[in-house]
Design a protein around this ligand. Structure first.
Ligand code: NI
Length: 135
């Protein structure tokens, strides 16, 4: 029997979606407002899902305090109030779309979970646009 536990988190960050090898016009045609050379911010909502068996001793799939602290250290401390393109090294050569961010966040969290835990990351870039990565 597997149960999914989830933790919500929040961070603000700035980004710019563009390719260095494209002109500003080409970038704007593909990425629209998100190509703004002066950057812009989003209020990101993150939901981290961990699926696993209930530990018969504790009744927990995992200790939510540990999950909370893990998200803080691995995601919030790295990304909150940062310029993703300039300050988060994963995005120096990777466009910080919500898709790529979900994969980066997954890869930051996964090594810290038990091997038998299944991880899924949902990232809201706006209240209506969100992406999910399950590994
Ligand atoms: Ni944007």
């Amino acid at each position: 029997m597997k149960v999914t536990v989830s933790r919500k988190a929040h961070f603000n960050a700035a980004h710019r979606l563009y390719r260095k090898d494209w002109t500003d016009t080409e970038n704007e045609a593909v990425f629209g407002k998100c190509a703004n050379p002066h950057y812009h911010g989003h209020n990101y909502e993150l939901i981290v899902h961990v699926k696993g068996s209930i530990d018969p001793q504790t009744g927990y799939v995992m200790d939510m305090k540990l999950l909370k602290d893990l998200i803080k250290v691995e995601v919030e401390d790295r990304m909150d109030h940062k310029n993703l393109n300039e300050e988060v090294h994963e995005f120096i050569d990777l466009i910080p779309t919500a898709e790529n961010m979900a994969v980066v966040i997954y890869n930051l969290l996964k090594p810290h979970l038990n091997k038998e835990h299944e991880l899924s990351v949902t990232l809201y870039e706006t209240p209506r646009n969100y992406v999910t990565f399950q590994g």
